[in-house]
Structure formats: structure tokens, C-alpha cells
Design a protein around this ligand. Structure first.
Ligand code: NAG
Ligand code: NAG
Ligand code: NAG
Ligand code: NAG
Ligand code: NAG
Ligand code: NAG
Ligand code: NAG
Ligand code: NAG
Length: 612
């Protein structure tokens, strides 16, 4: 065996790349099978937890054991996999599979440091969930959790002192409290990158994107530049609203707005109930549609009916018909809390089926969520011809982008009207459209710079340009890109970075930015392709495009889905969109009517744009 490998190595580079190699084929065959079995054990545990949940001990144990087995297995094959890579054996598909063999990651660290980094990651995420704050003005009453308690108080509060108090306490108890852990974590993270063969730790941070640190930041910088004109106008408008509420002393002209007040204002866009009461809509009298009641009246009053309604939408796009058994075998999830209760498709690698779990709540959010869950289902099924190693998405949240672009189409007022889910004719008119764009814009446009700052900060730390706890550098980035400032100047005495980490401490945000960009890029592309959107034609604006019944869309989506991660995401985009690069143009076209309205409003109201 060794002899054979050495021989091939000496023949070496000349014959690399073209021919499949038989030894490698057997190795990959076994690897694909073993990984499939290990992944399935993990998925079964997670599915069980979702159905029995939220903390089913048997399920959690099953996931943990499956994960440990997986790590053991990956450890056992890593030396051989590395050897094959070094020898440059095999054809393109085989080498792609070799690249996709899971890496050991933290497991490369020496035992003691390994235990340390696991403790740090779990401590930091637990801290966020376990912190308790004392209530404002009640030093004996110290049982408030960040979410939902403090969040809820902030949403209702009109008391500036109270709002400020929680802003500072939140940061003291999350950021400052975990400062030394964050610093220690970043050191170990750099070491992990090095041990996994990455000369630059930023490259390791973005490895799941298959872009180097430099390429990722160039991409994200380009997005920020392109977003800037829209962001500045939106920011100016929100700052104007904040000034109306809180006065010029707190919200001075030409300066970043105060973050503690802006966060509450922007957070209103995410309210579950009656967002329009709290958001400064362009046309408050027109309001926003709420289809929850109409769903009941329109015979979409059970999850099963919604399921088949959405299945029909996909079938009319040219996607495969779903079989009756799928819903018959589907099960309700345990958690009925509106924040955690979602429909979900479950993919298995070895077991020959796909499962579906559903949330038995029946409202607007669950209705649109059904479009996303069924998109995942089609995705999982489309990739089933790929070997296990090539079945994942081209980058994390890629599948999400597809599902969300379809649910965006399904939330189009034209579609809702078609199904009798909204009444009247005002859905066509600019006021109703602007209201919808404004609320969506608050959810999307303000998020992108926040995500950007978090990853930019990590890159600066990982590349050694700043220390891991350089709070002043963090605020310089925050002010520059998000236009928000702390209520009082922050220094390196404090540390605010962990206060914003919504994900685990070792998750990057770039893929979320890319996913949002792709969502709008896909939507715009398919709306243009099917002639539902024609630039400059009055009755075909982008935001009314609903895609229903457009049979060209499904087959294109499926061809791209079926590629899994067998190719770089650029090649997958080429297949799906006819272009290789992610572009913010779709998002900008989508929000163009809002942009024009904001420019006009800001001019009419004498609102200054930008800050120093
Ligand atoms: C892979 O394994 C399957 C059985 O698990 C076998 O039928 C197939 O021939 C194997 N392929 C290769 C290339 O070894
Ligand atoms: C993983 O390997 C370790 C060390 O060889 C062993 O002690 C452990 O039982 C294995 N875990 C599983 C789940 O197989
Ligand atoms: C994790 O938290 C516990 C309790 O808060 C603490 O004792 C321990 O030192 C922390 N671990 C690390 C690695 O910081
Ligand atoms: C503690 O403060 C919260 C928030 O103000 C309040 O809802 C709760 O009733 C208080 N609890 C006690 C025991 O005073
Ligand atoms: C929509 O209406 C339903 C029932 O009337 C209500 O429970 C729900 O909170 C409303 N949703 C929003 C987002 O306002
Ligand atoms: C749904 O609506 C149908 C009639 O349209 C009615 O018979 C049924 O009881 C309703 N089901 C629920 C769960 O409300
Ligand atoms: C998953 O789907 C299979 C085949 O449709 C079915 O037999 C099984 O009961 C389902 N399992 C769960 C947990 O829903
Ligand atoms: C729509 O597609 C046509 C080609 O079919 C192209 O010329 C045009 O630029 C596209 N418009 C947009 C806004 O993408």
C-alpha cells in the first residue's frame, strides 16, 4: 500500500487532476458511508429533541455521543486524508470530496488547551443566557434575564434614566464580565487556526465560505460601499424620528445617534404584535396588512391546509409534487412559544427519507415560514444524489437565502390579494407599498452594518492589528459603519464586544450578510427573468412581484440545489443566476422606491444626512 502510494507520488504532478484513483475511491466510499451513519445519529437526536424538547435528556445525550463518535472517526481518517491531499491523487470530484472531509478544528489543540477552549465557548454562551440584572431602582430585585425580561422592559419604557441604566448594566454583565475569557478564547483560536494549517487566522475564521480573509473582507467592504447611500438616507430619517421623540440635546444634528435609543426604535420593527403602532410608518393611516385572521377565513386554518397550499405553490413553480405520506408522517414540535416554534425539514444521509416537523400555531409568521421550510425540503432532496461529503450548502445559510427569497415573493401584496388574504385595492398604491418597504428596510438595512462591524472587529484582532479587547477600536468601527454612539464615551476600561454576540462566540457573521444579499439577488433575478418585474414599468414594480405559477423558476433552483457543495459557490451562482458574483444590486433595486421617498422626505424636513 505504502509502496503504491510512493510510486504514484513519484509519477506525481504530471498525472494529477484527471483520473479517478481506485484506492482513493474505496477510501472515500467508506468515508461517505461512515459519515452518513454518524450524521444520521446526530439528526435523530436533534429531531427527538425538537419533538419532545426543549431539553430532552435522552435526545441531548444521543447528540453528544454521536458527536463524539464523529470526532473519533474524523481523527482516525485525518492522517490518510492528508496523505491523499499531499499526493494530489484522484480526479476533480475526488479531490473536492477530500477538501470537504471535516477538519479537526479545536481537536488539534493539546488536551489541556482543548478543555480550556470548550469551557470558554460554553461559558460565554451560557453567560449571555444566565446573566441576571437588578431591576432599575430596585437593588434587591435581581432576577431579570436579558431576554425576555430586560428586552421587554426596554420596549415599553419611556424613562430615559431607566433605558440608560439597562444599556450600561447589560454591557457590564455581558461584555466586561467575560473580557478575560474573550481574550483567552481569541488566543486559543489563533493557535487552532495555525494547527489546522492556516497561516492567517482570518482565513480560518471564514473557511466555510471558501474565501480567504482578504477576499471576504473585500466582498463585505464592497457591500458596505454599495449600501452606503441607502443607509445614510435611512439613518438620517430614523435620527429625525428619534429627535422628534427625545429632543435635539439627546439627538444632536450631524452626529451619530445614541445607540441605546436607536436600538429600541429599530427593535420595534421586530415586534410580534402590532409593529405599526410603534414604527414611524410613512403612511400611518394606511397601516400594514395582517393576514392572520384572513388565513382562518380562507380555509387556511390548519397547518395541514397551509402545508398543501405551499406545496402547490412550489409545484406550480415546477418543483416536484410532495407525496401524501410526507405530511401524514409529519409531527408537531413540542415548543409552542411563538419565538421558537417553526416548521422544519429534516435531512438524513443514510436513512432513505426526509422528515417534516411542524409548528401547530397558525398565523402569519408560520404561514411564511412554511415557504422556507419546504424550500429546505426540496434542497435536501435535490442533493441526495451527491456523496455525503458534497451534500452541504455552498456556504452556510445559502439554503436560507433561497427559502427567504420565495417567502418574500409569497408575502408580496399581489400574491396575498390573489388568494383573498387582503381586501381592498390599496395594496397596489405607493403608500401601502412604502409602508411595507419601510418595515422590511428596518429589518434588513440596519442589520447589515452591525454584522459587518462584528466580523471586521474579529479580522482586525485575528490579523494582529488590534488587541482582542480594544474597546475604543470597536466603537470607532461602530460609529463609522452604524452611525451609532454610546450614551457616554466608552474607553478601554470597559469592554462591549461580547454584549452584541447573538451567535456563539466562534460563529462568523459574513455568511449571514451573504445570505441576505443573495436572497434579494435571487428574488430580483427571477422576477426579471419571468417578466414580473420590468424596471420603469408602473404596474410591474419589484416589490409586487409574486413569482406564483412561474414554471421556469423551479427547474433552475433544483439544478443549483442539486450541486450541493460539489462546486464553489461562484459556480453554483453561475448555474442559478448566470452570474458568478454576489451583488447588492438586487437589494438596492428592491428598496429603490423607499430610497427615493427617504431622499425626498429628508429634503422636505431639512434632515441632515451623515455624521462626523
Ligand atoms: C462503495 O461501496 C458500495 C457498498 O457499500 C459498493 O457497492 C461499491 O462498489 C463501492 N464503490 C467503490 C468505488 O468502491
Ligand atoms: C472516542 O475515543 C475515545 C478515546 O479513544 C474513547 O475513550 C471514547 O469512548 C470514544 N467515544 C465514542 C463515543 O466512541
Ligand atoms: C467558566 O465559568 C465558571 C463559573 O462561572 C468558572 O469557575 C470557570 O473558571 C470558567 N471557565 C473558564 C475557562 O473561564
Ligand atoms: C422586579 O422588577 C421587575 C421589573 O421592574 C418587576 O416586574 C417585578 O415585579 C419585580 N419583582 C419584585 C419581587 O419586586
Ligand atoms: C395579527 O392579528 C392577530 C389576530 O387578530 C393578532 O393576534 C396578531 O398579533 C396580529 N399580528 C401582528 C404582527 O400584528
Ligand atoms: C377550519 O375551517 C373549517 C371550515 O372552513 C371548519 O369546518 C373547521 O372547524 C376550521 N378548523 C379550525 C381548526 O378552526
Ligand atoms: C420520518 O419519516 C419516516 C418515513 O416517512 C417515518 O416512517 C418516520 O416515522 C418519521 N419519523 C419521525 C420521527 O417523524
Ligand atoms: C432584466 O433582464 C434583461 C435581459 O433579459 C436585462 O437586459 C435587464 O438589465 C434586466 N434588468 C434588471 C433590472 O436586472
Amino acid at each position: 500500500m505504502l509502496k503504491k502510494l510512493l510510486l504514484l507520488a513519484s509519477l506525481g504532478l504530471a498525472r494529477a487532476a484527471t483520473e479517478p484513483d481506485a484506492t482513493l475511491a474505496a477510501f472515500l466510499n467508506e468515508t461517505n458511508d461512515k459519515l452518513a451513519a454518524a450524521y444520521d445519529q446526530e439528526v435523530l437526536g436533534e429531531l427527538r429533541n425538537e419533538l419532545q424538547g426543549p431539553n430532552d435528556l435522552i435526545a441531548l445525550l444521543q447528540v453528544e455521543i454521536a458527536n463524539e463518535k464523529l470526532i473519533n472517526y474524523v481523527k482516525s481518517i485525518t492522517p490518510r486524508a492528508k496523505k491523499y491531499v499531499r499526493l494530489k491523487l484522484g480526479d476533480a470530484v475526488q479531490r473536492r470530496q477530500l477538501e470537504k472531509i471535516p477538519q479537526l478544528g479545536y481537536e488539534m489543540l493539546p488536551e489541556k488547551e482543548l478543555r480550556n477552549i470548550y469551557a470558554l465557548t460554553s461559558n460565554m454562551s451560557e453567560n449571555y443566557h444566565n446573566v441576571h440584572l437588578c431591576a432599575f431602582g430596585q437593588p434587591q430585585n435581581c432576577t431579570l434575564k436579558l431576554i425576555p425580561d430586560v428586552q421587554q422592559i426596554l420596549h415599553e419604557s419611556q424613562n430615559l434614566k431607566e433605558i440608560e441604566y439597562y444599556w450600561f448594566e447589560w454591557r457590564r454583565c455581558t461584555g466586561l464580565a467575560t473580557r478575560s475569557q474573550f481574550v483567552a478564547f481569541m488566543e486559543l483560536y489563533k493557535k487552532t487556526a495555525q494547527l489546522n494549517g492556516y497561516a492567517h487566522a482570518e482565513d480560518y475564521w471564514f473557511r466555510s465560505l471558501e474565501l480567504s480573509g482578504r477576499e471576504t473582507m473585500a466582498l463585505l467592504d464592497g457591500f458596505m460601499d454599495a449600501l452606503r447611500p441607502l443607509f445614510l438616507q435611512f439613518h438620517a430619517h430614523v435620527r429625525g424620528s428619534l429627535r422628534k421623540m427625545y429632543g435635539e440635546q439627546l439627538v444632536p444634528k450631524g452626529k451619530p445617534y445614541p445607540q441605546h435609543l436607536a436600538e429600541i426604535f429599530l427593535g420595534n420593527a421586530f415586534r410580534r404584535v402590532k409593529a405599526e403602532w410603534f414604527v414611524d410608518l410613512p403612511y400611518p393611516d394606511v397601516g400594514l396588512p395582517n393576514i392572520t385572521e384572513a388565513l382562518q377565513q380562507r380555509n387556511l386554518n390548519t397547518t395541514m391546509r397551509v402545508f398543501w397550499h405551499v406545496a402547490e405553490y412550489y409545484r406550480e413553480l415546477g418543483m416536484p409534487q410532495l407525496e401524501d405520506d410526507l405530511y401524514r408522517n409529519a409531527k408537531p414540535v413540542a415548543n409552542l412559544d411563538g419565538d421558537r416554534c417553526w416548521h422544519k425539514a429534516w435531512r438524513f444521509y443514510d436513512l432513505p427519507y426526509t422528515n417534516f416537523s411542524y409548528c401547530a400555531l397558525n398565523d402569519e409568521e408560520r404561514f411564511f415560514n412554511m415557504f422556507e421550510a419546504q424550500s429546505d425540503l426540496h434542497y435536501y432532496r435535490s442533493t441526495s444524489e451527491q456523496p455525503t461529503l458534497l451534500r452541504e450548502e455552498p456556504f452556510p445559510s445559502f439554503s436560507d437565502a433561497i427559502g427567504k427569497s420565495i417567502s418574500l415573493a409569497a408575502s408580496s401584496p399581489r400574491y396575498l390579494h390573489k388568494f383573498g388574504l387582503t381586501r381592498g385595492a390599496e395594496w397596489r398604491d405607493l403608500p401601502a407599498r412604502l409602508n411595507r418597504l419601510y418595515l422590511q428596510g428596518m429589518r434588513v438595512v440596519f442589520l447589515l452594518p452591525v454584522f459587518y462591524v462584528l466580523d471586521r472587529y474579529r479580522v482586525e484582532v485575528l490579523s494582529g492589528r488590534i488587541r482582542a479587547d480594544d474597546n475604543e477600536a470597536y466603537w470607532r468601527l461602530t460609529e463609522e459603519f452604524t452611525g451609532a454612539a454610546a450614551p457616554r464615551r466608552r474607553s478601554n476600561e470597559q469592554f462591549d464586544v461580547p454584549a452584541k454576540l447573538l451567535l456563539e462566540v466562534d460563529d462568523q457573521y459574513a455568511s449571514h450578510i451573504m445570505s441576505i444579499v443573495l436572497q434579494f439577488q435571487l428574488y430580483t433575478h427571477f422576477c426579471n427573468l419571468t417578466n414580473q418585474y420590468v424596471d420603469g414599468v408602473d404596474d410591474k414594480p419589484l416589490d409586487l412581484c409574486d413569482l406564483s405559477g412561474q414554471r421556469q423558476v423551479g427547474p433552475r433552483l433544483r439544478r443549483a440545489m442539486a450541486l450541493g457543495s460539489s462546486l464553489h459557490y461562484r459556480e453554483v451562482l453561475q448555474e442559478m443566476l448566470g452570474e458568478r458574483e454576489l451583488s447588492l444590486n438586487g437589494l438596492l433595486s428592491y428598496f429603490q422606491p423607499l430610497y427615493e421617498w427617504l431622499v425626498m422626505q429628508n429634503r422636505l424636513n431639512g434632515l441632515e444626512v451623515g455624521w462626523t
